[in-house]
Design a protein around this ligand. Structure first.
Ligand code: HEM
Length: 149
């Protein structure tokens, strides 16, 4: 009798743990799906990148880095990257962040400027602050590959 209730306890414990794991897995997926939607899906992300390109063009501190860049290609790749990162139905086809930024001598101040521009553009598009922070949190780990030391 005792052994039965003990194994019953284990069984319900295992079921609870599995349920928590499954639910947390699902909620992670839906949070990501949600981020893509919150950024405005495909059209919203294109608008963010277009807004960012305008900000870059008007920023004398960073625009020189893009002097020789193929802007339509850069635009396409950044859209792909933000779409994939936010859980959208895209595949990023560009180079790694380390490969594509090596040699540009991008400083911490440059990085901060770009982030500031991105926040300004997202705010102008009424992207909720939590979604902005979620995206910035995904970009932050790229800092080490982008910034020159
Ligand atoms: C987390 C932040 C950043 C992300 C996610 C990002 C993303 C990208 C992507 C997707 C590309 C295209 C890669 C390829 O050519 O295959 C790229 C290229 C480039 N990025 Fe960034 N970038 C970031 C930060 C910066 C910063 C701070 C600067 C300078 C202010 C910068 C300057 C450039 C330049 C100049 C290129 C073009 C390189 C070329 O012409 O070959 N990036 N970036």
């Amino acid at each position: 009798m005792k052994a039965t209730s003990f194994s019953g306890l284990w069984l319900s414990l295992c079921i609870s743990v599995m349920a928590v794991l499954i639910l947390s897995g699902c909620s992670q997926t839906s949070t990501k799906d949600h981020l893509y939607q919150q950024l405005g899906s495909s059209a919203g992300i294109e608008k963010i990148v277009d807004g960012l390109l305008v900000e870059i063009e008007q920023d004398p501190q960073i625009v020189h880095h893009f002097r020789d860049t193929d802007i339509p290609r850069f635009r396409k790749l950044l859209i792909e990257q933000l779409c994939e990162l936010s859980g959208g139905p895209c595949k990023y086809t560009g180079a790694s962040m380390q490969e594509s930024h090596t040699g540009f001598k991008i400083t911490q101040a440059d990085f901060d400027n770009l982030v500031r521009h991105l926040m300004k553009v997202m705010t102008a598009q009424n992207i909720p602050i939590a979604a902005q922070n979620q995206l910035l949190g995904m970009l932050a780990p790229m800092y080490g590959d982008v910034v020159y030391r």
